[in-house]
Design a binder for this molecule. Structure first.
Ligand code: AMP
Length: 411
């Protein structure tokens, strides 16, 4: 059986620093799946493009020719102009300060022609990989056609490595495959925190759905000293503890799971904190004046929209005493200013310089950016689903397929 990948500080896969890329054509898988303005189609958040720049610049400086590729949105295997990567290519051109040649296809005549004439130090971008059904089906022929454009495959799309798609896993059967700097950095930060955290290790989970984070809760209970659960998902746990939660979010089919996790926490001696109080209103409306109530006693016609001030203070004091904190999911409907306080207080507490602070992707990363705190935590992940699957302790197909470092033991 192949050895399981070591993530974290003992990351045992080859990276671009181990590879001679000079004069080579590099197929570089990025995650340029970024939000676009619904009306104008303009890029609204270029965080993932910026995160890809160190690898791109390094490869170009080393004299490689870079063939970047990505998916964008869910075009479902058909050519859909609204999901074109052209806007991404234009933004990348601005950020790099050098032209990015944009091909009209990913495996057709245009990309073959552009790739063949690409010179060392030049970069091109393939059109959206998901315009082809073979991408998500991990079709070997599609992967072979992509691989035929290049000499080496560099995997840098951390946000996509949980998917065994053709440009993520399939191409590794046809080209030497190594990690880029972003992927390596994500794995070292998140993997390092999971495998060897500076204690005490605190995990904070929030957001709306328990069902999305079942595997994460289960895995983190085996590792964390304290697990804090806030946001909409906390109310399933509060109901499992016989609380009256009014019309707050609740996944009734997950109540037994929540009870099992409460028992597991007790058995393992892990402190599991739920919000003692909540900010409630009749509906998620920024014009209403919310009340603060005990989370176990929410009136029938009220729903919890944020953690309350006592809960926020308690969570903050736990974070302040932490060695390592991993946070994934907002504490309330932070998009509405009246219900953003709990998320803001947690975000600010994460910036304590004594803490190794890791912000999981998706909404918690958006929150950190919204509060202008991005540069003040140890690491903000570019992954959403990938971060969650990593936190679940699952093998990531886009990492497992990379070349091992020499001397890695088989078990
Ligand atoms: P998720 O996708 O599961 O990480 O959930 C993120 C979403 O959860 C955000 O858009 C928040 O607005 C929402 N959210 C957080 N707390 C609550 C709550 N108490 N009630 C309803 N939605 C919430």
């Amino acid at each position: 059986m192949p050895a399981r990948t070591n993530y974290g500080i003992d990351f045992d896969k080859q990276s671009i620093s181990d590879t001679d890329v000079r004069g080579k054509k590099i197929l570089l898988r990025c995650d340029f799946n970024i939000p676009l303005d619904r009306d104008t189609g303009a890029v609204t958040d270029d965080g993932r493009i910026i995160a890809a720049l160190p690898t791109i610049r390094y490869l170009l400086d080393q004299g490689a020719a870079v063939i970047a590729c990505s998916h964008l949105g869910r075009p479902g295997g058909v050519l859909s102009p609204e999901f074109s990567l052209k806007v991404v290519g234009e933004r990348l051109t601005e950020l790099l300060g050098k032209p990015v040649k944009i091909s009209r296809d990913a495996i057709g005549e245009d990309s073959r022609r552009l790739a063949a004439s690409l010179q060392p130090g030049e970069i091109m971008l393939l059109e959206n990989l998901r315009f082809y059904p073979g991408e998500e089906l991990n079709d070997p022929e599609f992967a072979r056609a992509l691989a035929a454009l290049a000499d080496v495959f560099v995997e840098d799309a951390f946000g996509s490595v949980h998917r065994a798609h053709a440009s993520i896993e399939g191409v590794s059967h046809f080209l030497p495959a190594v990690a880029g700097f972003l992927l390596e950095q994500e794995l070292r930060h998140i993997g390092g925190a999971l495998e060897n955290p500076k204690p005490p290790f605190i995990a904070i989970l929030g957001g709306s759905k328990v069902s999305d984070k079942i595997g994460v809760i289960d895995n983190l209970l085996d590792k964390a000293d304290t697990l804090i659960i806030g946001g909409g998902m906390a109310y399933t746990f509060l109901k499992a503890r016989d609380g009256s939660i009014g019309s707050s979010l609740c996944e009734n089919d997950r109540l037994q799971y929540a009870r099992d996790m409460l028992v597991k926490a007790q058995r393992l001696g892990v402190r599991l904190l739920l919000p003692v109080d909540s900010l409630v209103a009749q509906r998620p409306d920024n014009s209403l004046n919310p009340d603060v109530v005990n989370s176990y006693n929410i009136p029938d016609d009220m729903m919890a929209l944020d953690i309350g001030p006592k809960a926020a203070n308690e969570f903050v004091s736990v974070i302040k005493d932490a060695g390592t904190v991993i946070w994934n999911g907002p504490m309330g409907i932070f998009e509405l200013p009246k219900y953003s306080n709990g998320t803001r207080m947690v975000a600010i507490a994460m910036t304590d310089p004594h803490i190794v602070s890791i912000v999981g992707g998706g909404d918690s990363a958006a929150a950190i950016r919204q509060f202008g705190l991005e540069g003040r935590v140890t690491h903000v992940s570019t992954g959403g689903g990938a971060t969650l699957e990593f936190l679940e302790g699952r093998e990531l197909p886009g990492v497992a397929c990379l070349l091992d470092k020499p001397g890695r033991a088989e078990v």
